[in-house]
Ligand binder design. Sequence first.
Ligand code: ZN
Length: 734
Amino acid sequence: MRKIVLAVALLTLLVLPLTIHASSQSAERFKVVWISVDSANYYRLFNFSREGSLPTFKRLFEEGAHGPMTVIYPPATAVSHASLSTGAHPIRTGISGNTMHLPNTSITATVSGFDGRHLLAEPIWMTVNRSGLRAAVVSFPQSTPPAWRVDSSRVKLFNIYDASITGVTPSTLYTNNRAISGATLVTITDARNWTGLGSLGTVSRAWEFNFTLGDSRWFVLIADNTGDGRPDVAAIVAGAKDASRALTVLREGQWSRPLNTTIVRGGSTFTIAPMFKLIKIDVSDFRLYRGIARPMEAAWYNDPALARGVWNNVVVRVGAFTDGDWFALTRGWIDVETYMETVNFTNTFFREFTLYVMRNTQWDLLMTYTPVVDNVYHQFLGMLYRNMPYYRADQEAYYRGLILRTYRMVDEFVKAVIDSVDLRNTVVVVSSDHGQCPVKSIINVNAVLYNAGLLSVRGGAIAANETRAIFFSQGNVYVNLAGRETGGIVRPEEYDRVVDSIVRAFQALRDPSTGEQVFDVVMTRAQAVTLGVGGPTAGDVIIATKCGYTTTGGVPSIVNGTAVVFSPAVPLRTLVADHSSVMPTYPDLHATVIFFGGPVKRGFLGLSSSLSIAPTIAELLGIPRPRDAEAVPLAIREAMTVTQTATVTQVRTTTVDRTVTSTVERTVTNTQTVERTKTETQVRTTEVPVTKVVTSLLERTTTTVERELRTDLLAIAALIALLLGAAVGFVLRR
Ligand SMILES: [Zn+2]
């Protein structure tokens, strides 16, 4: 009986938004700016705003329509953004991981899920294109290279993450300290044959070293100009030992401006604008940090003149950091405060890039992105959780402050956007692609496969011709199947047995320190269809860890014949929070969605699905939904609190006590699984302290609900719900 009540409640919820929505169609069109704030968890953002720390978000929460949002599995950045931009599950988008393996390639070969050529479902900028409107995509995964025929006069596409030069783009530390891992080692000698020293003032002693960027040689002169025998400044010069042509002269602790210049590599000339920081000016332990150096000349845009404008007006002014430099932080090249400077440079770059494109192009839809919350969560979020083994009470406030500082940067970004648009005809959408869970332990999935005899390591590399199954990232374990993988070794008749042994290896895995099972989900590809996962890019086995763990691929290290499966998360040396391989049903993983401006009515949207965002934006633009979209628009122009409050009330009165694992293991249809997972999550939400604020918000909404639902709608809804409810109740009982 309880199940039937639940089914009726759920179906009522399914039907009501549809009927209310149907009465709210409007011919009015709005412009839309869509800002994706990678990793912004709704509850943390909401709580920071309530504390008064984030004035712009406070305004958005008070005047906009907002709520937490569940995303697809695996909740990895490339996968989730593909579903956000298309409104479709990974089985339709073809993006099933940040790193994916394709059929008809060697089992060890991968492609990037950020690459637009692998996006199979229609993204909303293409819907805009075929509807005759104009779009500008400043930054969004899969926006380049364009997989779709796009009219570049009306749809401007950028993705600066695609601009890179091997051996030049990654950041580095120039040092003569051999103890620092992964740095560029240099040799410092007395300076010889320099000219233009007068430009540095009095130079009583000088040292030098050099390094290459591509095929170009750069020189650094280190000078003592106080006569105390110790160095005071370092001058960076490209191409010649002429101090008067220094691109920058730095003292210890100083940053350079972006050094806009050209280098040669492989006979081609590239424009770059790297920023340097002089970390330590000590001739026996010299440390000069160079930030990431992305080139202008690369396929990261579809309008060369506009890209040149971005370079000359944005990059040369604020640089082009595209992530807080965790690579440098975890290798000990830079300290936490310098890392936070790179986080700030990154947010500033995306903010200024966005404003430039907003002001210099015609657009109906403008999409943009900032990675900074994701950056600081990976490095610091775990330090806020008392149940993490590395937790230190005396450090919690500091790391929480770093995360708040980052949200403030994003708050300024959003404010700058809001201040640049006319809110009467423009809707600003802020959303995220997932949250993050703290991590205590990192699981090398290939080590599990090795120990089960399914993966082979020879000479420090995974031996493709002896490997039956492999893992790269984000939940997908691929079988090396003959006839599908190039050089595949698992015969078709062995496939089921190999899949079964993979499943059993993961199900048997226990955390040696606690004895607990570490996976929430271990499913075959066929079972995973209920999660919206599948198609040729998905794994043959799909796994998801519990919150508290994350996964890694790569070559496992083998000690006495056994591969090492677990390694501890270590603050400032590894990540301490992650998202890509846990179920998006954890409240920590809940993303954010906020609509603000235009016709949007203030209110709480309840827990929505990330598949609803593109259809909602399409409706605001007055265009059809993206071709592959699976969801209906959110009722953001109505007093949506009526339906959403009903949702919460009904769920509270029916106790749902199923775990997510049992839900997904049942063979039910796709829609039913998604709806039930959503419900389950809402119940959990009320149990988590961080969500208390939202719970109280919900309770307040309940008391002020306007019961104005038209009786005919209710009658129709109830009738349909009763009929379908009985059917679903029957399915659930089986
Ligand atoms: Zn992300």
